[in-house]
Design a binder for this molecule. Structure first.
Ligand SMILES: *Cc1c(COP(=O)(O)O)cnc(C)c1O
Length: 367
């Protein structure tokens, strides 16, 4: 890798870029990093897992908490009274926002919806149950569609409008309100995954492992920009592979162009000269072959790896995100796209609560 347009930073130097950025500690500190011993033997590839889902503050964490450290840091500095967001009833993000809000003394308002609305409202399960228990104010979305069709969907645009109406109404009463897009992908949070990258590189160095690949599950594109920025800032020779659970085609809510803007934003925020668009685009290896039959619906390959991780490693992953992401990694290994004896880290981004949200969705996961 030559022709770098930026000077590279050591991992320690990366941390120093953050000293002036407001942050509220919500994670327990470096999330665990460990080898999957049995699966590594079977696949003949060294696979490590970065455990973002057990970083706290509860035992139902996920990758939004790290972003929320910086979102909340700024929200506290701005003396925010309310945070408004939206998503599906089983939104991991909404539940983690409600969690962070409770810790910070900010009131969460969640606009939630889904197609199976009625039964779920009467007997809340999974994340909806947790968000109710967290005492978040929940506003049921009128005649909603699945979040999958959130791309260019006028119904979700209507929801976003309602969020903004609610925001204006509270602001007219003198309250300070912050609106967070679906998936907690607010710009305040983008820098956080630079530190996740730093953590996992430090942890792998400590184990004497030189990583070849980072695999992760890509959704609303909040996690990838930080890793791309960190990779370019450090100049490390590690390949990023993003397994999508939602399409990024042109015209969607999220596209490569939007990811580019987010990476540039991070360079600006950390006051580091930005590399060229080409260098940034070169790090976007987005694979959409593993998301069928649709967002939030399991497929047989994902079900296989969910059972495999449970039976060989005692580890739980969900069918919306990490199950599909890991099925992508397994397929790359089987096809030789990740060569034998490579060193790979898979980022467990959370979502385990989905296993307890709808019995019909998990019926193939046990005998
Ligand atoms: C949100 C989420 C993702 C995707 O992360 P993005 O930053 O939205 O791309 C992956 N896994 C889980 C469990 C999530 O909740």
């Amino acid at each position: 890798m030559t022709n770098k347009t930026v000077n590279t930073f050591t991992l320690d130097e990366l941390e120093k870029l953050f000293i002036n950025i407001p942050r509220k500690k919500l994670l327990f500190g470096p999330t665990p990093f460990h080898k999957l011993e049995n699966i590594s033997k079977d696949y003949e590839v060294d696979i490590f897992m970065k455990r973002e889902e057990v970083g706290g503050p509860s035992n139902f964490g996920g990758n939004k908490i790290r972003k929320l450290e910086f979102i909340m840091g700024q929200a506290i500095e701005d003396k925010t009274d309310y945070i408004i967001t939206y998503g599906a009833y089983q939104s991991n993000s909404a539940m983690q926002i409600a969690t962070a809000c409770n810790i910070c003394g900010i009131k969460p308002i969640l606009f939630l919806g889904d197609t199976k609305a009625q039964r779920i409202i009467e007997e809340p399960t999974g994340n909806l149950f947790l968000s109710r228990m967290l005492d978040a104010e929940i506003i049921n979305v009128d005649k909603p569609e699945p979040v999958d069709s959130l791309d260019l969907n006028p119904l979700w645009n209507k929801v976003i409008n309602e969020c903004h109406k609610k925001k204006e109404e509270l602001e007219s009463k003198g309250y300070k309100v912050l609106f967070l897009p679906v998936g907690s992908t607010h710009e305040y949070g983008f820098v956080s995954d630079v530190l996740m990258f730093k953590e996992l590189l430090e942890q792998s160095e400590k184990e004497g492992v030189e990583l070849d690949y980072i695999f992760h599950t890509n959704g609303s594109g909040g996690t990838l920009p930080g890793m791309i920025a960190a990779k370019l800032m450090t100049g490390l020779n590690i390949k990023l592979r993003s397994i999508n659970v939602r399409t990024w085609k042109e015209g969607s809510l999220i596209t490569k162009k939007i990811c580019l803007e987010r990476v540039k934003y991070i360079f600006d925020r950390l006051i580091v000269p930005c590399p060229s668009d080409e260098e940034i685009y070169a790090e976007m290896n987005i694979d959409e072959n593993y998301m069928h039959p649709g967002y939030g619906i399991p497929n047989p390959a994902a079900e296989d790896v969910i059972r495999e991780l449970a039976c060989k490693e005692g580890l739980f992953v969900d069918y919306t995100y990490s199950g599909k992401g890991f099925s992508g990694l397994k397929d790359y290994i089987q096809k030789g796209l990740v060569p034998k004896n490579s060193k790979v880290v898979f980022i467990h981004t959370g979502g385990v609560v989905a296993l307890f949200s709808d019995p019909a969705m998990v019926k193939n996961l046990y005998k």
